[in-house]
Write a protein that binds this ligand. Structure first.
Ligand SMILES: [Fe+2]
Ligand SMILES: [Fe+2]
Length: 451
């Protein structure tokens, strides 16, 4: 299907044009806001059969520049609708159409239909598609997408929303734009629902490739691992431990383990994690994994098998929680004082017990993993948060509990003057009568954290 390239930097007008182009013509389009993006697309996308452009953009004669570019590259046959009378093109060609008033939608539609060969019968068959939301952060890690991507815009008139295409299938898009959207408060982008599975699978594979790539930087690998963890959580919450979810978890845990091994110390790991916008949930899991690894190294009973079990538990421990706000809650007080609704509060309160229940459905569960995860907030029954957990919890649950407490304290400290030994003394003092807890603290005290 032929496409329209729309060059327009006014959000309201952009909405009006794309809404009408879809509604009346069923036309496929892509919008850009700069000359560079426009020429990039014209060079790569043979399906673009019409350009609709503003006459001028701030600081440049966009219509004139586009005409000159088309002349230069021998694409003069590409028709262009110019919106506004400030274009300064001296010798307009037969396939240039100036619509002097940018709000003369009728003229724009009529000319577009003519140029694209859209008939009245085609117009009658236009169906409104349905869209599926994808979290915007994913697009900061991906380079290309397997289908077109839209953003949502409230209608200028009346109620409802419209979808404006901003990323084209297989086209390397600028991440700056996505970052700007995000800074403007946008949380999701949209794809056509029909492409949902294809998109999520391709996106997951992309991230897995980044995690395993020799060329990718640590920061890129972390971003990809965090995204994969989130995809896992969504799949796990929707369909449970399917074969596919299990495969994704395995890849993510491998990546977390590799990032633990490749980090010089905890400071370096946290600096890298915080250099980028990673989710709290991932920062938390990745850094607990680092600390727990050091504990097992220093425990006389520590083994490779214990590390693997613990990494599995660390990856899964908050996977039933829906977002970072829920995952950041560390005590009964924080839970009760939070702005969460009742259902979310209940989800946080019982997540340890619920995940332990889910673990029992697994056929090849690491031995005792259900008990360990049940006790990860110090409560035997997996309900709520116990600040004073007993000494007879499962030993790995105690390792997890102390490591999480240590990481929480570091993340809450003034990171420019973190003093791990001082924090460990505080933890030691809290649990001073419980030898299994103090043993973990002693293991931690032996490590050079890089601070
Ligand atoms: Fe938790
Ligand atoms: Fe946690």
């Amino acid at each position: 299907m032929s496409k329209i390239l729309l060059v327009e930097n006014n959000d309201k007008l952009e909405t009006i044009y794309t809404m009408n182009l879809v509604l009346y013509l069923g036309a496929d389009y892509i919008t850009v806001q700069s000359f560079e993006e426009a020429v990039d697309l014209i060079a790569k996308e043979p399906l673009i059969k019409l350009i609709i452009t503003k006459d001028v953009l701030p600081e440049q004669n966009i219509a004139l520049n586009l005409k000159n570019y088309l002349d230069q590259v021998g694409k003069q046959e590409l028709p262009m609708i110019i919106l506004g009378d400030q274009h300064k093109i001296e010798n307009l060609r037969d396939n240039h159409y100036v619509v002097e008033s940018p709000t003369n939608i009728k003229a724009i539609l009529k000319t577009s239909a003519e140029k694209l060969g859209i008939t009245a019968a085609d117009m009658a068959e236009v169906e409104m598609p349905t869209f599926y939301p994808i979290e915007i952060d994913h697009f900061l890690v991906m380079e290309k997408t397997v289908c077109d991507v839209y953003f949502e815009r409230a209608n200028t008139k009346g109620t409802g929303v419209r979808y404006i295409k901003r990323i084209m299938k297989d086209y390397k898009y600028p991440h700056d734009i996505i970052r700007e959207f995000k800074e403007g408060g946008m949380t999701h982008l949209y794809i056509l629902s029909d492409y949902r599975l294809e998109f999520i699978n391709a996106m997951t594979n992309d991230f897995i490739n980044v995690m395993k790539s020799k060329e990718a930087s640590t920061i890129q690998k972390m971003a990809a691992t965090g995204r994969v963890q989130q995809i896992f959580n969504e799949k796990f919450n929707a369909d449970g431990f399917t074969e596919e979810a299990e495969k994704i978890a395995k890849e993510a845990i491998q990546s977390i383990t590799a990032l633990v091994s490749s980090s010089k110390n905890l400071k370096e790991l946290l600096d890298n994690l915080l250099a980028n916008q990673n989710s709290h949930m991932y920062i938390h899991c990745q850094s607990i994994a680092y600390v727990a690894d050091k504990v097992i190294d220093n425990m006389e009973w520590g083994s490779k098998e214990q590390k693997e079990k613990l990494n599995f538990i660390i990856f899964m421990h908050d996977s039933l929680l829906e977002n970072d706000v829920e995952a950041a809650i560390k005590s009964e007080d924080e839970l009760n004082g939070s702005a969460l609704d009742d259902a979310a509060k209940e989800r946080v309160r019982s997540h340890a017990s619920k995940i332990a229940g889910k673990f029992q459905e697994l056929s090849h569960l690491p031995f005792g993993a259900d008990t360990i995860i049940m006790q990860h907030h110090g409560a035997r029954n997996g309900i709520g948060f116990n600040p004073e957990p007993p000494n007879n919890l499962s030993p790995l649950a105690i390792v997890f509990f102390v490591c999480e407490q240590f990481i929480n304290m570091i993340l809450e400290s003034d990171m420019t003057k973190t003093d791990p030994q001082e924090l460990l003394e505080k933890i030691h003092f809290r649990h001073k009568k419980k030898d299994k807890f103090t043993k973990v603290v002693e293991c931690l005290a032996k490590v050079n954290w890089g601070y």
